[in-house]
Write a protein that binds this ligand. Structure first.
Ligand SMILES: NC(=O)c1ccc[n+]([C@@H]2O[C@H](COP(=O)([O-])OP(=O)(O)OC[C@H]3O[C@@H](n4cnc5c(N)ncnc54)[C@H](OP(=O)(O)O)[C@@H]3O)[C@@H](O)[C@H]2O)c1
Length: 324
């Protein structure tokens, strides 16, 4: 089968399309013919081996996972003897956690792992980008115990995480203020944001509204800049280490005091129930992953380059055309 392979850490060009062996499945696994996957920020970090801390998980000297790609959508080709919840021909989507492998024509997944039957109303390309940004957004919302009626500001509302966060927060009944650039105001309004602040038109931290939670979904703000936006016991939550890698430290220190605090939640593991929940949200129209560009597998290097501009809107999809 064809796969996008990298055997050393480095820039997008370390990835090449190669012929590799189709995965063999164990009794408790399913073989998925991949139709679509994504290139996301996690793939970029694991390919580059940066920041260095990534190598504690990815391999100190060279990458353990030589085929990246977490998110996928495709068709079950075969199931192991012990798998009862899926059968050949099922259209599925999900997330290959830790072992990756979706940047290829075939992928093996544990039958009880994070995958589910695809929502009825979407294509493979629309289903693939539904399980990473949304998983992080859901993890952050859960960690901060955000509830309906709370006021939340989402900074970076047009990334994969931010765009999912706006929609998931709205489905919870929170009031959402989204921060993005001029070109994306209409998009973010369409995602359901109650208010939109254009960060190119002025300093969003001068907003005189007070928030229960400020969620920085792109890691470009800081607690010190945003603290005046928070209510007295408000939470500043970030998806990233922060400009000076300060967020993990602040997340340890600030809860020792009463008042405003920082959270830097480590997202929990994906599981099958969560993927089923996303299926339900997609089918009900509460969640629709935003797709920016779609590249064929053969142009995955270009896809990596684009994701690394830091300017993608939502998700970048890889269309995989399996050869029989
Ligand atoms: N915690 C984790 O485990 C984890 C996992 C994956 C990714 N991440 C991190 O999460 C962050 C978001 O990743 P993502 O894939 O959702 O999105 P992304 O691709 O990093 O974000 C792109 C979006 O950010 C907006 N943006 C760029 N610069 C901005 C700025 N200075 N201020 C406000 N918005 C800006 C852009 O829209 P506009 O043009 O409208 O500004 C663009 O739509 C990344 O920093 C990534 O490293 C964390």
């Amino acid at each position: 089968m064809k796969a996008a392979v990298h055997t050393t850490y480095g820039p997008p060009e370390v990835v090449r399309i190669a012929e590799v062996e189709k995965p063999a499945i164990k009794d408790d696994e399913v073989l998925v013919k991949v139709h679509a996957a994504t290139v996301n920020r996690t793939d970029c970090g694991f390919r580059a081996g940066k920041p260095f801390i990534v190598r504690l998980f990815a391999g100190l000297i060279r990458p353990r996972a030589t085929i990246l790609g977490g998110e996928f959508a495709g068709v079950v080709e075969a199931v192991g003897d012990d798998v009862t919840s899926f059968k050949a021909g099922d259209r599925v989507f999900g997330f290959s956690e830790g072992s990756f492998g979706a940047h290829a024509e075939y992928l093996s997944m544990p039958g009880d792992g994070p995958l589910a039957i695809m929502p009825a109303n979407v294509t493979f390309e629309q289903a693939a980008p539904s399980t990473e940004g949304s998983h992080y957004a859901r993890s952050f919302i859960t960690a901060a115990k955000i509830q309906g009626g709370q006021d939340v500001l989402v900074y970076g509302a047009t990334g994969a995480i931010g765009a999912a966060a706006v929609q998931l927060l709205k489905s919870l009944g929170a009031t959402v203020t989204a921060v993005c650039s001029t070109d994306n105001v209409e998009l973010v309004t369409g995602l359901g944001a109650d208010r939109v602040i254009d960060y190119t038109a002025g300093d969003f931290t001068k907003d005189d509204h007070a928030y229960d939670v400020v969620l920085d979904a792109v890691g470009k703000s800081s607690f010190s800049r945003c603290r005046r936006l928070l209510k007295p016991r408000g939470i500043y939550l970030s998806s990233d280490l922060g400009p000076l890698s300060q967020n993990p430290v602040l997340a340890l220190i600030t809860p020792l005091f009463t008042g405003k605090k920082v959270m830097f939640p480590i997202p929990g593991k994906h599981d099958q129930q969560e993927v089923r929940n996303f299926k339900g949200l997609i089918e009900s129209g509460a969640f629709k992953p935003v797709i920016d560009r779609t590249y064929p597998l053969g142009q995955i290097v270009e896809a990596y380059k684009y994701v690394e501009t830091g300017q993608k809107i939502g998700n970048v999809v890889i269309s995989v055309e399996p050869s029989n």
